[in-house]
Design a protein around this ligand. Structure first.
Ligand SMILES: Cc1cc2nc3c(=O)[nH]c(=O)nc-3n(C[C@H](O)[C@H](O)[C@H](O)COP(=O)(O)O)c2cc1C
Length: 176
């Protein structure tokens, strides 16, 4: 059962990327998780145009990474009460490769009030591709993640709880 963590922020000092790193460290220590990672800063994806963009080499790479994965964690910034455009573009370019698979979310936001923001994209994955969404996600507001230094133990616990539930559901769906 292969899990992929995709970091969707394009910001150099991304907070959602730190959530992704915390989960990656946990899963690497666990040793029981077959893991791949992808960082959108390193993939020059074209904007989805519904046509030629699907054949772009970077889009192909993304589609292959999704095709190889059984379950995908999206680490996303919240922009305008939604995921950022880069994450939306990923789903436009490669969402189909998530058909019947499991997806979950680690979110970084500036404030405390945008915690429902993930639902539009979660609904779209469920309805378009019958993706099974993990019914727990991490939402970290601006004060939850310090500008530098370690994540708090409370936040690391939330990431760990998400990680455990993600694996439990992903394994159940994979073996069903
Ligand atoms: C264009 C833009 C829109 C944003 N919209 C929201 C928002 O709707 N709600 C919110 O809580 N934070 C919002 N923020 C703050 C970001 O969610 C915050 O900076 C977060 O850390 C971004 O994730 P990242 O650090 O992984 O890039 C916005 C930031 C930008 C740049």
């Amino acid at each position: 059962m292969k899990s992929l963590i995709i970091s969707c922020s394009l910001h150099t000092e991304s907070k959602s990327r730190r959530l992704a790193s915390a989960l990656e460290s946990l899963w690497r220590t666990d040793g029981d998780v077959e893991l791949a990672t992808l960082d959108l800063r390193e993939l020059a994806l074209p904007p989805c145009d519904g046509g030629a963009a699907y054949e772009d080499p970077a889009a192909r790479e993304l589609q292959e990474a999704f095709a190889k994965a059984d379950a995908v964690v999206f680490a996303v910034p919240i922009y305008n009460y939604d995921v950022n455009a880069a994450a939306k573009n990923v789903i436009e370019l490669a969402g189909r490769q998530l058909t019947g698979k499991v997806a979950g979310f680690l979110c970084a936001a500036g404030g405390d009030h945008s915690y429902m923001s993930i639902m539009a994209v979660a609904n779209s994955l469920m309805l378009d591709f019958r993706t099974v969404i993990v019914p727990r996600f991490v939402y970290a507001g601006g004060d939850d993640i310090p500008e530098s230094g370690e994540l708090s133990s409370e936040l690391r616990d939330r990431v760990a709880q998400f990680g455990a539930e993600f694996q439990r559901l992903a394994r159940a769906v994979h073996s069903a």
